[in-house]
Design a protein around this ligand. Structure first.
Ligand code: ZN
Length: 233
């Protein structure tokens, strides 16, 4: 998505999403979460700081944001229906009809909303750039994850690779790594959407923000401002 290519094609429409934005547990499931307040408040429960960053980007770009607010310990909105960790150890014990009810209320509507928004635009011949905002813990298993943000994409989709390369270059002094701390092809909502929409119509990128950085309000504000100014579409 260089300037040359952008000049040949109309500007895409941008959609922001935040699958792990909150740690709410609906009343019907609270009994399963007795004594779990600490886990819910941690990265196990949600992506700390991701929703605030996604909201700030949505305001700056004036684009829609679809955000999940239930805890990933209830159901992980960024996992495929068949993924073994779609439900956590706390909710996997529900009997099958209750699991179905949980998905019908708190999983399928979110996934359907995102899919439907994109399908409508692609159906009109528009190109969609979907940015899915997440955050990661700065240290995992004793290892420091040494970057401010990661841009996750599918290297076989040339528009995604080009956007991430250009964005990394435009972000200058920020420590940006591509396909870190996770691979962009690991199970996630963007991976499902790539299967549904062709590469020419759908660009799906996950933005992974370092929670260590987000703890500083001034640095978080600066990072969001720089992301907002430099999106190369
Ligand atoms: Zn996440």
């Amino acid at each position: 998505m260089s300037r040359r290519r952008a000049a040949e094609r109309p500007a895409p429409v941008v959609l922001l999403t935040c699958e792990h934005g909150g740690n709410t547990v609906p009343a019907a499931y609270r009994a399963l979460f007795a004594g779990q307040a600490r886990r819910l408040a941690s990265h196990e429960g949600y992506d700390i700081g991701a929703l605030a960053a996604a909201r700030a980007l949505a305001r700056r770009w004036r684009v829609p944001l679809v955000a999940g607010t239930v805890s990933r310990l209830l159901v992980d909105l960024n996992r495929s229906p068949a993924h073994p960790r779609l439900l956590s150890a706390l909710t996997r014990t529900l009997v099958a009809p209750e699991r179905e009810r949980l998905l019908a209320r708190h999983y399928h509507p979110y996934r359907g909303l995102v899919h439907g928004w994109i399908a409508a635009r692609v159906g009109r011949g528009e190109r969609v750039v979907h940015l899915s905002v997440h955050s990661f813990v700065p240290r995992l298993n004793g290892q420091r994850r040494d970057c401010d943000l990661g841009l996750l994409y599918d290297p076989s989709r040339t528009d995604e690779a080009a956007l991430c390369r250009d964005w990394q270059a435009a972000l200058g002094d920020w420590a940006v790594r591509r396909n870190f701390p996770y691979r962009g092809t690991s199970d996630g909502q963007v991976v499902s959407l790539r299967r549904a929409f062709p590469a020419g119509a759908y660009v799906g990128i996950e933005i992974e923000l370092n929670q260590g950085l987000l703890r500083s309000p001034a640095r978080a504000r600066q990072l969001v401002a720089d992301l907002a100014l430099t999106l190369p579409v």
